[in-house]
Ligand binder design. Structure first.
Ligand SMILES: Nc1ncnc2c1ncn2[C@@H]1O[C@H](COP(=O)(O)OP(=O)(O)OP(=O)(O)O)[C@@H](O)[C@H]1O
Length: 362
């Protein structure tokens, strides 16, 4: 099998994940702090030995804890054809960028001159040719990440492991590094796992996403499309990341039956049978404030008020499982006195076509 499979339990941590990336696929690994994202990458990179399960890259078993009919196996990190890039570039302080990038090549036995020549090529690849002679102290955060990416690529990995690569960068540097990653990740059959808390990284770089909670995969699917993890999330974490409200109930013809008996209009996804536990993903664009008493309107009790440019986002309280409450955007000039305060009750019309109803997570 081509691509990367991490189906393993970490030692001494309550993390037991199954994450796969096919050839050329970028998989975003999402979840709250402590969910197990970095642990999944550490298992792939060989920084942790699995207590159970295995890690396989392009059909080669990199790690196997062994078991009935399976021998234990272990490939050390530097032999794995994986490259890890973290939010801190971790460049060696005494080395010029050229020598830092040449480091993995030298470790693989490439001669000094040839390693430097190739290192310069990789620096050029990440638009950092002019930085070859500089040491880390002479580089900005964004420049350091470019050099770190060149070093990762120099190892010619089959799997790139990116742990919050844009998290430490300022608002000017992050888009440039993101664009560079998009270029590097596009095409070819090298796969990647991308840990991020940034929805822009997810939409710009990833094809699929897995969501971890307490060391387990709770949700996975494509990033894009109407039933993707962002448009139709099923976990509270993915809904919050996507800026989408999430309501619980049971699937019904024409929407979601809420515990209070009201029907939230929406489109049940294929296979989401009426009467089964379900969640509705409600983007702010699906809601519109209408005059009180409008036929079919639902009440929204404001819990939080967030100014956003020329609109104010009025958000209902979170659900019992921490699901983000649905929110409606109201143009500043259209706000009535008393509407933009916690406790206010608004009437909202729901665009059923924009609300996706999917089976609740087990
Ligand atoms: N070095 C360690 N030794 C023991 N337990 C650890 C270690 N590092 C992390 N853990 C535990 O393993 C679990 C998963 O941590 P991990 O760092 O993988 O989460 P994460 O999703 O990457 O979080 P974050 O977003 O904060 O980076 C947590 O319970 C954490 O406390």
């Amino acid at each position: 099998m081509s691509g990367l499979l991490v189906a393993a339990t970490a030692p001494d941590r309550d993390v037991d994940v199954e994450v796969a990336a096919g050839p050329g696929e970028v998989v975003a690994v999402l979840g709250a702090n402590g969910a197990g994202k970095s642990t999944a990458l550490a298992l792939a990179a060989g920084l942790l030995r699995p207590a159970r399960g295995r890690v396989v890259l392009d059909g080669t078993v990199l790690a196997d804890a062994g078991g009935p009919g399976r021998r234990p196996a272990w490939t050390p990190p530097h032999r794995r054809r994986t490259a890890l890039m973290t939010q801190d570039a971790l460049l060696l302080p005494h080395l010029a960028a050229r020598d830092d990038v040449a480091f993995p090549l030298r470790a693989r036995g490439v001669g000094r001159r040839e390693a430097r020549r190739r290192a310069e090529g990789w620096l050029a690849r990440v638009d950092a040719a002019g930085l070859a002679d500089r040491r880390p102290a002479q580089l900005s955060g964004g420049q350091q990440q470019r050099v770190a990416l060149a070093r990762a690529l120099a190892a010619e990995p089959r799997a790139l492991l990116l742990d919050e690569p844009t998290a430490a960068l300022d608002v000017a540097a992050a888009p440039a590094v993101r664009a560079l990653l998009a270029e590097v990740l596009a095409g070819g059959d090298r796969c990647a796992l991308l840990v991020t808390h940034d929805v822009l990284d997810v939409v710009a770089l990833a094809h699929r996403a897995v969501v971890l909670e307490h060391g387990r995969v709770v949700e996975q699917g494509p990033v894009h499309g109407p039933d993707g993890v962002l448009a139709a999330p099923r976990s509270a974490f993915a809904a919050r990341l996507a800026g989408v409200g999430l309501l619980r109930g049971t699937a019904a013809t024409g929407g979601l039956r809420r515990p209070d008996g009201t029907l939230l209009p929406g489109r049940p996804a294929p296979g989401c049978a009426a009467g089964t536990a379900a969640v509705a993903a409600v983007p702010p664009s699906a809601l519109r404030v209408v005059p009180a008493g409008t036929a079919g309107a639902l009440p929204l009790v404001v819990a939080a008020v967030e100014p956003r440019g020329d609109v104010v986002r009025l958000r209902a309280a979170d659900g019992p499982g921490g699901e983000p409450g649905p929110a409606v955007d109201v143009p500043l000039a259209a706000l009535r006195p008393g509407a933009a305060v916690p406790g206010a009750t608004l009437a909202v019309a729901v665009d059923a076509a924009a609300v996706r109803v999917r089976a609740a997570l087990g």
